[in-house]
Design a protein around this ligand. Structure first.
Ligand SMILES: *Cc1c(COP(=O)(O)O)cnc(C)c1O
Length: 360
């Protein structure tokens, strides 16, 4: 049975996008970022589709353990690191790398009484004020890690961009400079670039690059489409029409009657709503493809349904295919109409939406 609403994930597109990363960064190792269920695409199947990649990064220890238990053998790095000894035990037991970003983590490493060494990425906070040691505290953290017998040497070094999608950002230039000033004499491997860094900030391409969004075929830039960047969208979200009705001029559509029809038309009801992860913030006018043709969403998004204006001439009927984003309709565009970013739409697809994979 084909479910009414499903997300098709094209694994061949993942491989294509990974090859694009290699073109941008031919001399770097690639750490594919697959946190948050691989940005909603299915953690384990994406980990497997990325065969041959040098490393994988996730946010949390439990995500990393799941991947390792599925017999993925490359380096796996936990971007949020650990907060307690138990998590450090898991990291060591499953041979997982981790980010060290705060003094409490170094305390845990120094007082560790079991066998084993951890692979660590020491993180510099180069201006985002989220995770990482600020410049004043970085050297001391580094010295402590160098002396710690439970830390594999040499220590790897990283930072993260706050604004790399802004192509003329002075902030990004400063972040690169600050990181390089700090680490240039240190022996460990270095990593700065996320997707935007890889595609727009050549100076940020170092020993390791950390692509996320671009692997899923989506552009991080507001003024450069995935197509221009030769990326192929991996996820297409599909549903179908479940009702088509004629309404007269002046009729209201949907909760609170926010949309009033100007002339007689056909309203299509599509079996998808915010209960599936379609954003409730999608405004009237958000494009939707019905049988491959663009029509506007009208009225409010409900939990299980949306309404679209099929037009007076339409001969669309219940059962016809609807594309919410993906093939033929970039998720970036839908995100703009919904006042959000493509990341949230991809991650936000809910459990009830079946993922069907193709192209393996
Ligand atoms: C999520 C994340 C990335 C990947 O970012 P994209 O913009 O999706 O490429 C890279 N590095 C870190 C530390 C991250 O948290």
């Amino acid at each position: 049975m084909t479910p009414a609403t499903y997300a098709e994930v094209n694994l061949a597109a993942v491989k294509h996008n990974l090859a694009r990363v290699r073109e941008y960064a031919p001399n770097s190792k690639i750490m594919a970022v697959i946190k948050a269920n691989a940005y909603g695409h299915g953690l384990l199947q994406i980990a497997k589709a990325l065969e041959g990649v040098d490393g994988i990064a996730v946010a949390r220890v439990d995500e990393a353990v799941r991947i390792r238990k599925a017999k993925v053998e490359c380096q796996i790095v936990v971007l949020e690191g650990f907060v307690c000894k138990q998590e450090l035990d898991d990291l060591i037991q499953y041979n997982l790398g981790c980010v060290v970003h705060s003094p409490g983590q170094i305390d845990i490493l120094e007082s560790y009484s079991e066998q084993g060494v951890a692979s660590v990425w020491l993180k510099l906070d180069s201006g985002m004020s989220r995770l990482g040691f600020v410049p004043d505290k970085f050297a001391l953290a580094y010295q402590r890690l160098v002396k710690c017998s439970h830390v594999k040497q040499p220590i790897s070094l990283m930072t993260h961009f706050s604004s790399a999608d802004e192509l003329e950002s002075e902030v990004t230039r400063q972040q690169i400079k600050q990181f390089n000033d700090f680490v240039k004499t240190l022996p460990g491997e270095k990593s700065i670039a996320n997707s935007a860094g890889i595609m727009a900030w050549e100076d940020s391409i170092t020993d390791w690059v950390r692509p996320g969004l671009m692997l899923y075929g989506v552009s991080p830039f507001s003024n450069r489409s995935a197509k221009e960047l030769a990326l192929i969208p991996v996820m297409s979200l599909y549903s179908r029409l479940i009702s088509v009705k004629t309404i007269k001029a002046g009729e209201k559509v949907g909760y609170a009657g926010t949309w009033v029809n100007k002339a007689e038309t056909h309203i299509g009801v599509v079996a998808i709503g915010y209960g599936d992860g379609y954003p409730r913030t999608a405004k009237t006018g958000t494009p939707v493809l019905v049988n491959g043709k663009r029509v506007p969403l009208v009225g409010r998004v409900s939990m299980d349904m949306i309404t679209v204006d099929l037009g007076y001439q339409s001969d669309s009927k219940p059962g016809d295919r609807v594309t919410l984003w993906g093939a033929g309709l970039p998720v970036e565009e839908v995100a703009e109409y919904a006042d959000t970013i493509p990341y949230t739409l991809l991650c936000g697809v809910t459990q009830r939406v079946e993922i069907k994979s193709i192209g393996r």
